[in-house]
Design a protein around this ligand. Structure first.
Ligand code: ATR
Length: 279
């Protein structure tokens, strides 16, 4: 039952109705017996800054932030974790009792957690990892890999200049799409952080066969859960990691920030998310 004491957290974005975050957080709240609720709020670009400003010093403990507000979320904060500053984006805002806003970015933690769960044999510090893409998603992945000790992050992108910019800003080395095979040589994992196949209906065909046989393929997209890239990897018999594991992995530290304790380990939120996806 929702009472006057119920703690409230939310995910803010646009569009937001299909967000899986409320399903994850509310299942954890119920399992942990916490008097709390997690809702999805649609806020447009024009309203975002004043929305966040208005939440300062309220009883709302924080919000997750998704597209298109991740950059604006960082800008709205008074303080930010270095990983959020480096990613130039925040997916988590926490409000303290004095009205200060603290930003963090847990997407990278989610990425590493997804590997730990679905490809535990992969060691991010164990060799080269390829990130395909150079947008916001790729930026977060490159930073997370460097933080996890990856000695050689290789950024492949259609627009080479963007890969070079990302390498300069965050780290790693840049490769053009024409040089993908060279980038794939000896790779321990390949992470697809492009939006190819999402909006424009185009799919990106990568020479995955140039990677070692035990190279892990990971796609940050979870709709579809098994992307064309993961289908290609599975056809080659490669281990795969999906974007839903990353979504759940980024939600865990957010839950802890909102409700003061880690989510219960034994709740099968993946099953609930798959049901919500119709799978
Ligand atoms: P996000 O912030 O979600 O990562 P983005 O900044 O729009 O989104 O970046 C999209 C990424 O997908 C870019 O790396 C883009 O390549 P370009 O930098 O060359 O634009 C990549 N991408 C999108 N569609 C692609 C396609 N059809 N083939 C190859 N790369 C594609």
């Amino acid at each position: 039952m929702i009472t006057g004491k119920t703690r409230v957290a939310a995910v803010v974005g646009r569009p937001i109705a299909h967000s899986l975050s409320p399903i994850l957080h509310n299942a954890w709240l119920a399992a942990a017996g916490i008097d709390g609720v997690y809702v999805a709020l649609e806020v447009d670009e024009l309203g975002f800054a004043s929305f966040v400003e208005g939440l300062r010093g309220t009883s709302l403990s924080g919000v997750n932030v998704t597209l298109p507000h991740k950059e604006a979320a960082l800008a709205a904060a008074h303080e930010a974790h270095p990983r959020a500053r480096r990613a130039q984006a925040a997916n988590l805002l926490v409000f303290d009792e004095y009205g200060a806003i603290y930003a963090d970015n847990t997407d990278g933690l989610g990425l590493i957690a997804a590997f730990a769960e679905q490809a535990p044999q992969f060691d991010p510090a164990g060799g080269p990892v390829v990130v395909v893409g150079a947008g916001g998603a790729a930026k977060g992945a490159v930073g997370a890999l460097i933080d996890a000790g990856c000695p050689d992050v290789r950024i492949v992108n259609r627009t080479l200049a963007r890969a070079e910019g990302l390498a300069r800003e965050v780290g790693g080395s840049a490769f053009a799409l024409d040089d993908t095979e060279a980038a794939f040589h000896g790779a321990r994992a390949v992470i697809n952080a492009t939006s190819a196949g999402l909006a424009d209906g185009q799919t990106l065909r990568l020479p995955l066969e140039a990677t070692p046989e035990d190279c892990v393929a990971m796609d940050m997209v979870y709709k579809p859960l098994v992307t064309p890239f993961l289908v290609q990897a599975r056809d080659l018999g490669r281990p795969t990691v999906d974007g839903l594991a990353m979504l759940i992995g980024q939600a865990r530290p957010s839950f802890e920030a909102f409700f003061g304790q880690a989510p219960p380990q034994d709740t099968d939120v993946r099953k609930l998310a798959l049901e919500a996806l119709g799978l």
